[in-house]
Design a binder for this molecule. Structure first.
Ligand code: NAD
Length: 480
C-alpha cells in the first residue's frame, strides 16, 4: 500500500496523526491515496514555522520573490496535463475543465511574479516645509488561507501567489475533499526553492485546522473562500482576534435573457453558466430570468441542449458534465429537486440520479420552470447542476428579480440593446456583471468578488489583491 501523503511544514514533509482516503467521485472504487489529517498542534507548528520564516522572506527582496513565483508558475504550466488529470480525478470536473483550471493556476503565479515587482507606493508632499512623507506597502505577516473544494488548484493559487509576492508567509488549509492538488502545489513550491517555512500545507478538518488558524494569535490575516455558514464563523473568530480577513462565499447568480437577445448566445451562456463544472461554481447561473416574449423558445432550446450533454466519468471521452463531488452533496442537490417540486415549480428536465459504468455521484442536469423568486430553489445556493427559470414581464421586472437576492457575486444579461446592457451594468447588485457572457468564467488578472452576502473585505485577484495582502505604512522624515 502506498505511503500516506504528509503535510508540508517548515520545509519538511511531516506525517499527520490521522489520514483519510481521497475518493474519486466518478468512480468510488478508485482511491487517489491516503491524505494527512492534521491535529491542532500540527497546525500550530505550521503557524510557528511561518512566523519564524517571515522576517527573512519579508526582507528577501522583490527579485527573489518574483523569481520563485515565476518558477512555480512555469512548472505548473509545464505539468498542466498531469495536474489537470489529478484535479479532475479528485474533484470530478471534466478533464478539459481540470486542465483549464491548472493552466489558470500557473498563469496566476506568473502574473504575481510580475506584481511582486510593481509594489510601488506614494510620495506625498508634506504640509510642513522640510518634511518628507511617503506611504508604502508592507506585508502583513503570517496569512492563513482556507480554501473550498470546487477549485482545488485555482483558489489556492489566487490566494498563495499574491500572499507570497508581497512578502507574507503562508499556511494553506485546503478543503478536505481535494488534498491531492494542494499536495502537488506544495511539492512544486518546495522544488522551486521556497525557503523553509515560507509556504506550509496543513491538510485536515475545517473544525480542527481551520479553527486552529483562526484561534492562533500568530496568524495575522485569513483569506477564506467557502460557504456562507462557515464564512460567518470565520468572520466572527477573525474579528475577535483582530485579524485582517476577507471572505468569498456563495452566490445565486441571475442570468437575464431579454426579448432582443441573440438566442444562440443566450442558450450557450445559460447552459455553460448553469451546468458546466456540474454547477459547482460560486458564479453558476442558477436563476435564469427570461423576458416573457422569448421565454418558451428559450426554455425549449435549453432543454434541447441539455438532452445532448453527456454526463459521465470526468476523465471519460466526450464527457460534458462530471459527477457531483460526493454523496452528501448529491443528497443535498437531490433534496432541492424534491423541495422545488413541493414548492410548485415544474421540473421540465432532468434531476434523476444516473447510473454509469463506474459507481459515482452522477445526476442529469435539472431545469425548473414556472418558479417564483420566493421559492427556496430560487433563493438558496444549491451548488449542483440545477437551474430555475423565472419569467419576467419586462426589463424592469427582470432587473428587480435579478437583484432580489441576499447574494451579489455575478450577474449576467443577454441583450442586443446597448441601453439595457448599460443600465444593467450600472444597476445590477453584484460584484461582477457579464453582458452576453455566462455568469461564470473570469480572467485571472482581473479583480474578483461580490457584494451583499457573497463577499466581505478586499477583492481577490489582479492588481486589487494587493489591498488584502499588504498594509500601508506611512513614514515622515525630517532631515536634522
Ligand atoms: P465550506 O464552507 O464547507 O468549506 C470551506 C473551507 O472552510 C474548507 O477548507 C473547510 O475545511 C473550512 N472550514 C470548515 N469549517 C471551518 C471552521 N469552523 N473554521 C475554519 N475553517 C473551516 O465550503 P465548501 O463546501 O468547501 O465550498 C463550497 C462553497 O464555496 C460554496 O458556497 C461556494 O459558493 C463557495 N465558493 C465561493 C467562491 C467565491 O470566490 N465566492 C469560490 C468557490 C466556492
Amino acid at each position: 500500500m502506498a505511503r500516506p501523503h504528509r503535510n508540508y511544514i517548515n520545509g519538511e514533509w511531516i506525517e499527520a496523526p490521522d489520514t483519510v482516503a481521497n475518493i474519486n467521485p466518478s468512480d468510488t472504487k478508485d482511491s487517489i491515496g491516503l491524505y494527512a489529517q492534521a491535529d491542532e498542534s500540527q497546525a500550530n507548528d505550521a503557524v510557528a514555522a511561518a512566523k519564524a520564516a517571515f522576517p527573512s522572506w519579508r526582507d528577501a527582496g522583490i527579485q527573489a520573490r518574483s523569481d520563485l513565483l515565476r518558477q512555480i508558475g512555469e512548472t505548473i504550466l509545464a505539468r498542466c496535463d498531469e495536474l489537470g488529470r489529478l484535479l479532475s480525478r479528485e474533484e470530478g470536473k471534466t478533464l478539459a475543465e481540470g486542465i483549464g483550471e491548472v493552466v489558470r493556476a500557473g498563469q496566476i503565479f506568473l502574473y504575481f511574479a510580475g506584481e511582486a515587482l510593481r509594489n510601488s507606493g506614494d510620495v506625498i508632499e508634506s504640509v510642513r516645509p522640510g518634511l518628507d512623507a511617503d506611504a508604502r506597502r508592507q506585508p502583513l505577516g503570517v496569512v492563513g488561507l482556507i480554501a473550498p473544494w470546487n477549485f482545488p488548484a485555482a483558489i489556492p493559487a489566487w490566494k498563495a501567489a499574491p500572499a507570497l509576492a508581497f512578502g507574507n508567509t503562508v499556511v494553506l488549509k485546503p478543503a478536505e475533499l481535494v488534498p491531492a492538488s494542494a499536495v502537488a502545489l506544495a511539492e512544486i513550491i518546495e522544488e522551486a526553492g521556497a525557503p523553509a517555512g515560507v509556504f506550509n500545507l496543513v491538510c485536515g478538518a475545517g473544525s480542527v485546522v481551520g479553527e486552529a488558524l483562526l484561534k492562533s494569535p500568530d496568524v495575522d490575516a485569513v483569506s477564506f473562500t467557502g460557504s456562507v455558514a462557515t464564512g460567518r464563523r470565520v468572520a466572527s473568530q477573525a474579528a475577535a482576534g483582530m485579524k485582517k480577513f476577507q471572505l468569498e462565499m456563495g452566490g445565486k447568480n441571475p442570468l437575464v435573457v431579454l426579448n432582443d437577445a441573440d438566442l444562440d448566445i443566450a442558450v450557450d451562456c445559460a447552459v455553460q453558466g448553469a451546468f458546466f463544472s456540474t454547477g459547482q461554481r460560486c458564479t453558476a447561473s442558477s436563476r435564469l430570468i427570461v423576458e416573457k416574449g422569448v421565454h418558451d423558445a428559450f426554455v425549449d432550446r435549453v432543454i434541447e441542449r441539455l438532452k445532448s450533454l453527456k454526463v459521465g466519468h470526468a476523465l471519460g471521452p466526450g464527457t460534458d458534465i462530471g459527477p457531483v463531488v460526493n454523496q452528501s452533496q448529491l443528497d443535498t442537490v437531490q433534496g432541492y429537486i424534491g423541495i422545488g417540486r413541493k414548492e410548485g415549480a415544474e421540473l421540465a428536465f432532468g434531476g434523476d440520479v444516473l447510473e454509469r459504468e463506474t459507481p459515482g455521484f452522477f445526476m442529469a442536469p435539472a431545469l425548473f420552470v414556472g418558479a417564483r423568486n420566493q421559492m427556496r430553489v430560487s433563493r438558496e445556493e444549491i451548488f449542483g447542476p440545477v437551474a430555475t427559470v423565472l419569467k419576467a414581464e419586462d426589463y424592469d421586472d427582470a432587473l428587480r428579480l435579478a437583484n432580489d437576492t441576499e447574494f451579489g457575486l455575478s450577474s449576467g444579461i443577454c441583450t442586443s440593446s446597448l441601453k439595457y446592457a448599460h443600465h444593467f451594468k450600472r444597476n445590477a447588485e453584484a460584484g461582477m456583471v457579464m453582458v452576453n457572457l455566462p455568469t461564470a468564467g473570469v480572467d485571472y488578472h482581473v479583480p474578483f468578488g461580490g457584494v451583499k452576502g457573497s463577499s466581505y473585505g478586499a477583492r481577490e485577484q489582479g492588481a486589487f489583491a494587493r489591498e488584502f495582502y499588504t498594509s500601508v505604512k506611512t513614514s515622515y522624515l525630517r532631515a536634522p
